[in-house]
Design a protein around this ligand. Structure first.
Ligand SMILES: C[S@@+](CC[C@H](N)C(=O)[O-])C[C@H]1O[C@@H](n2cnc3c(N)ncnc32)[C@H](O)[C@@H]1O
Length: 303
């Protein structure tokens, strides 16, 4: 049901997205004509900029790239209020000049740079955070490039989604003065680029002198994983679980006679290895053991 509601709202938002390119009551022709390229210029309200940066947990170690940077507010706020660095790209000379002047006025010109560049051709490798306020089809076109970035890279978007990639977090923010998209409301979304884990993995954990071998078959769709686990002689279905960046966490019940013991796996995915712990049992009697896994065969064509 939730998915249906999300799809309906996405459809509605696609229609509203078209309103971004159509003449808008209350938005002067001069303002609409300031954007250059694939979408007109509409600034993200400042309260929403700050909420997006907070959702991404922006900090001094971050490097943000704003794709279609307008007057520069996203990168400038990230630098001034959150201590980050970064750059914005736009195709409008006028907006780039305004963004640079705004960065100088805010005292962050050394940490907030603005480049004349097509956002589809921008090298994203430096980014720990990507931000967008673009049409849904533009976000979708960018999606493969973003999913290829290191696990843990955050993506924040104003009003529009990235196709069927479900957000890790979303918020609805009342913005009474907003007249574009859904009047009076801004939607903000945050995604974390997931590590690739789809495929077959073998692993082992030792309980005293007893070694238990396991085999996992993970099916991955973006950050959602499912599949099966063979623990000792038993094969169990994995419940749908989520990975966040390079962190994996899932739990299975392993039967022994009439009893079932909870096995809770936590780990960090680093290429073809996972290192972490397995917690066996529950409550104060649970035992935590080191756990590691090795990739045997990666799944082909996983999202
Ligand atoms: C909706 S505005 C968002 C501005 C800013 N990111 C914000 O949230 O306030 C989109 C911006 O993208 C720019 N733009 C459109 N197509 C572009 C492209 N292909 N490459 C770079 N910038 C582009 C426009 O000039 C406009 O400034």
């Amino acid at each position: 049901m939730k998915q249906v509601q999300w799809l309906l709202r996405s459809g509605l938002k696609c229609a509203l997205a078209l309103a971004l390119v159509a003449p808008l009551a209350g938005w002067s022709a001069e303002e609409r004509e300031r954007g250059v390229g694939d979408v007109v210029y509409v600034p993200t309200p400042q309260v929403v900029v700050e909420e997006m940066l907070a959702m991404a947990k922006t900090g001094p170690k971050d490097f943000i790239i704003d794709l279609g940077s307008g007057d520069g507010r996203m990168v400038i706020t990230a630098a001034k209020k959150f201590g980050a660095r970064g750059f914005g790209v736009d195709l409008s000379d006028e907006l780039l000049a305004e963004a640079r002047a705004n960065a100088t006025a805010a005292g962050v010109a050394d940490r907030a740079e603005f480049r004349k560049q097509n956002l589809f051709e921008t090298d994203l490798k430096q980014a720990t955070i990507i931000s967008t306020y673009l049409l849904p089809e533009m976000n979708e076109k960018l999606r493969p490039k973003i999913l290829a970035l290191p696990p843990g890279t955050r993506v924040v978007a104003h009003d529009y989604h990235f196709g069927d990639w479900p957000p890790d977090e979303q918020k609805t923010i009342p913005v009474p003065e907003k007249i574009v998209g859904t009047p009076g409301i801004s939607y903000t979304y945050m995604w974390v680029v997931p590590a690739k884990v789809g495929g077959r993995w073998t692993s082992e954990f030792k309980h005293g002198a007893v070694a238990t071998t396991c085999e996992f078959e993970f099916t991955q769709t973006y950050q959602v994983i499912s599949g099966s686990a063979k623990i000792g002689a038993q094969t169990v279905k994995l419940p749908d679980s989520r990975i966040k960046g390079d962190q994996i966490e899932f739990a299975v019940l392993v039967k022994a006679g009439d009893a079932a013991t909870r096995h809770e796996f936590h780990g960090t995915i680093k290429g073809d290895t996972i290192d972490g712990t397995v917690s066996i049992g529950s409550g104060s009697t649970a035992k935590q053991l080191p756990w590691s896994a090795k990739l045997v065969a990666a799944a082909a064509g996983a999202k």
